[in-house]
Write a protein that binds this ligand. Sequence first.
Ligand code: HGY
Ligand code: MN
Ligand code: MN
Length: 426
Amino acid sequence: MSGINHTKAESMRAENNLQIDGQRLWGDLMATAQIGATAKGGICRLALTDLDAEMRDWFKAQCEALGCIVTVDDVGNMFARRPGRNAALPPIAIGSHLDTQPTGGKFDGTLGVLGALEALRTLHLAGYETNAPIEVVNWTNEEGARFAPPMLASGVFAGVFTREYADARTDRDGKTFAEELRRIGYRGSETAGAHKFSGMFELHIEQGPILEAEGRMIGIVQGVQGIRWYEVTVTGEATHAGATPMPLRKNALLGAARLIDRIDAIARDHAPDAVGTVGLIENRPNSRNVVPGEVFFIVDLRHPDEAALDAMERQLHAALSDVLRPLDLSYTAARVWDSPALKFAPELIECVRIGAHKAGFSNRDMISGAGHDACYVARVAPTAMIFVPCAGGISHNEAEYTSPDQCAAGAQVLLNAVLEFDRRLG
Ligand code: HGY
Ligand code: MN
Ligand code: MN
């Protein structure tokens, strides 16, 4: 690296004083929260929209201003590379996602990318030379809010999905992933997954209540629970709300309503670890005086144990038949996404633990309830995650809040963990 002539000993000494700048990170978070800002203080920055493009452009300019080379792969994943002492070492990746839910918060995903940018900026301003290159990563379409399934592009990177499968995903308006990626100008030339990582660390808000409830600053994430999505269509008959006697109705929305109650009961059946949700539902024709003829909805089942998820899935299929047949309704149901429970890499978890202790932050081991790009990257590189609290455990909500100190703590532990892992690669 030009102009830097640190001996390894000097670098080791320099490392001990590397502190991220929490105010600078908070400034980035608040400035970029304007890109897709909602009236209620959240962010709506759906994948591959013009707002996503604007955020990507901002991110690229920031990284290039730090001397990084920014590359984009063919599903839009962005990699900002800072060279290290040994170019033969695969980079250490640090990052997350910049797309949000429709009523998302300021921190889900964005903290992971901007916290990584702050860690890299701290290295750059200190003139600290790492052994391995460092890459800050923005993964495309993590949320799955516009194009299902979630973690789509990190999934292509990890070989879970083909590029063709991703390209063909459509949003609820029928636009394809491929055409939208091309439209915003982020269809890169590199084949997703072509370049390898020495490891990846992802900083993220917990999106649950545990850290805050226990008054701890850092979650040392051991793994992620299993997640399955099902697309269900219930079919009855659209008829007149006034002229159709109750016994003659084939009311698809009544069937869906009873099913949603059963899905909630299935999750409670497998307490305390199971969760079951129906978050997206489309009622057709959705007219005030028409008995609904068709309802489409998505079922989200999660549990840390795959055998329990299998049992929940069996109960879901039994409920479909039990509930809908007596109402003279037909249905289709298909599992459209399956992200199995996974454990992160013990060595990188150890680096996170060392990083938290070095920074002096209280911490606890935990499993992630939410899915993350780290789930799929863990299939192709040693991976670990760092959590920080969020107020009331609220996320996927415009009220999502993590304090400046908590954001700074996460970025500091991220930097410490990266330097610990980098030292081991040297
Ligand atoms: O669905 C999830 O857990 C993540 O927010 N994509
Ligand atoms: Mn996220
Ligand atoms: Mn999310």
